[in-house]
Write a protein that binds this ligand. Structure first.
Ligand SMILES: *[C@@H]1O[C@H](CO)[C@@H](O)[C@H](O)[C@H]1NC(C)=O
Ligand SMILES: *[C@@H]1O[C@H](CO)[C@@H](O)[C@H](O)[C@H]1NC(C)=O
Length: 240
């Protein structure tokens, strides 16, 4: 089943391999410090790979089960956005991706744009496709907006959700199990909590009133959105 996807796997694996070799992020991009594995004869990073590979493959299955989506979603935009959607989880000391004042989705979107523009194929992309990748990554944590955007933007958000939901959106239980077998969800719940709380600790201002806020409230001592929410602005107004 997965064999039918190998050509795409090779293309995107080549993109990833390129990122580790030519390193379009000048210093501290960090992609080359990860353990590596070989897919379709191409050596690619392994650690953060499992989650993004599941996202991309589950999303691809979703598209293949839906003729409408298959005819309107640009598969390369979907692939690149799915695979690059979590670039801000780069914790190397001098990361050129991570900033303290952007939501992680925005840092990821900017880094993905830089990656595409620095890539020998990506630099041929028309701006609209790069914009779709940017929007898909920037909005993947805001499904109430993303699901009503362009088909690629909606598809990436659904692809990310599939990793959490189990078989859905046309993806069969057998297909789901095959993806989980190839890229297992080792300690997935714990690692989601670890990553979300790291963001809440490290750049709390970017997490208030986002899906991250409940993780901060539940798991990070001293974390409080009070005073930082839109309602606080309204309650603070002097006019009745
Ligand atoms: C295909 O996807 C579209 C857009 O998300 C949705 O409206 C439609 O119900 C889907 N069709 C099937 C057969 O799942
Ligand atoms: C990060 O930057 C600082 C200051 O420029 C430098 O001293 C340090 O060696 C860098 N660390 C790494 C891991 O590159």
């Amino acid at each position: 089943m997965l064999c039918t996807k190998l050509p795409w796997l090779a293309i995107v694996a080549t993109w990833l391999a390129f990122s580790a070799q030519a390193n379009p992020f000048p210093t501290g991009g960090g992609l080359d410090r990860y353990p590596r594995r070989t897919i379709a004869g191409v050596s690619v990073i392994d650690t953060p790979l499992k989650c993004i590979m599941r996202c991309w493959l589950l999303g691809t299955l979703m598209l293949q089960h839906n003729n409408t989506l298959q005819s309107i979603v640009d598969p390369e935009v979907h692939a690149i956005a799915s695979i690059l959607h979590d670039l801000d989880f780069d914790r190397s000391p001098n990361s050129t991706i991570f900033t303290l004042d952007h939501r992680f989705e925005v840092d990821g979107a900017i880094a993905a744009r830089n990656f595409i523009r620095a890539h020998r194929h990506g630099n041929q992309w028309e701006e609209r496709r790069v914009q779709l990748v940017w929007d898909a990554i920037a909005l993947h944590g805001e499904d109430k907006i993303a699901l009503f955007k362009e088909p690629e933007v909606a598809a990436v958000t659904k692809s990310v959700a599939l990793d959490f939901s189990g078989p859905a959106l046309g993806v069969t239980a057998a297909e789901y199990a095959a993806v989980m077998g190839a890229f297992p969800q080792d300690n997935f719940k714990a690692s989601v909590i670890e990553t979300t709380t790291w963001l809440c600790r490290t750049k709390p201002e970017t997490t208030y009133e986002t899906f991250l806020q409940p993780y901060g409230e539940r798991f990070v001592p001293g974390y409080s959105a009070v005073g930082h929410r839109a309602i606080d602005l309204v309650l603070g107004m002097s006019s009745g």
